[in-house]
Design a protein around this ligand. Structure first.
Ligand code: BTN
Length: 253
């Protein structure tokens, strides 16, 4: 029994003191585990970030969790789950901590320009139907320090707020927002509610950014987040491109 008000998200909760990675664990059990299961750990010994990076996940300081989903959608729609999670996380952080959180497309949440939350969505399945989808959410909630190499780019809610955050309240709020946005998308086929949050709290819309693709780097202005959730950018030479997600990294200029 728990205090969740959601219907399908969190129907089952698997909790660990320590695990390699909640995303890895979710993958291992995905086949025999129901839609909506939450996997959460106090600590990850091999937390993973996007683009093959590590994700530091110290004991008791953060929210390290994965949501296992089995929606009837093709893999091309998978990225929308990342955006639903980003919108839910940003709104939950704002409502629970009163901090001004922004979304750095497609999946980072920043406070005062530094990262407090990252999302790693992974999926398996066929071309026209996924088997399952894992939305991994990492929130630096109560970390009080970061290794030197991350100090300029990462922070925690506790550092920015000056006091500890109640992780349980934040998780409950996030999951109920996630479920509302997720169900709206699955039932109506529309991402409109998610996109209005993403546009409202965008850290990149209308801004000049540095776009990093592999070892290429260029400057562009972000013109639009379209109805599919893609980022429309205009490069310095006037050329426009629609960025679909995944393989790009965006920095302030
Ligand atoms: C990123 O910004 O690079 C994504 C970070 C995602 C971290 C979370 S923590 C819970 C889940 N388990 C993992 O190993 N990674 C994600």
């Amino acid at each position: 029994k728990n205090d969740l008000s959601t219907k399908e998200i969190g129907s089952r909760i698997i909790y660990f003191d320590t695990i390699d990675s909640t995303n890895n664990y979710s993958k291992r059990i995905a086949k025999d585990t129901p839609h909506g299961t939450i996997i959460i750990s106090e600590e990850q010994s091999g937390g993973r970030g996007r683009l093959g990076r590590n994700w530091i996940s110290p004991k008791g300081e953060g929210i390290w969790m994965s949501i296992l989903l089995k929606p009837e959608i093709p893999p091309t729609e998978g990225m929308k789950m990342t955006q639903i999670a980003a919108a839910a996380a940003c709104q939950a952080i704002r409502d629970v901590t009163a901090l001004e959180a922004y979304i750095k497309w497609p999946n980072d949440i920043v406070v005062h320009g530094k990262k407090v939350c990252g999302i790693l969505t992974e999926m398996a399945g066929e071309l026209n139907q996924i088997d399952y989808l894992i939305v991994g959410i990492g929130i630096n909630a109560n970390n009080l320090s970061f290794p030197k190499e991350f100090k300029d780019v990462a922070t925690s809610l506790a550092i920015e707020k000056g006091e500890k955050v109640d992780r349980k309240t934040l998780i409950l709020d996030l999951l109920s927002k996630f479920e509302a946005l997720y169900c709206h998308y699955i039932m109506e086929g529309k991402l409109d509610e998610t996109l209005s949050i993403i546009r409202n709290y965008s850290a990149v819309l209308g801004k000049s950014v540095r776009i990093i693709k592999g070892n290429q780097e260029c400057y562009a202005i972000v013109e639009e987040i379209n109805d599919e959730g893609c980022l429309k950018v205009r490069y310095e030479d006037g050329e426009e491109e629609l960025l679909i997600s995944g393989e790009v990294s965006i920095r302030g200029k």
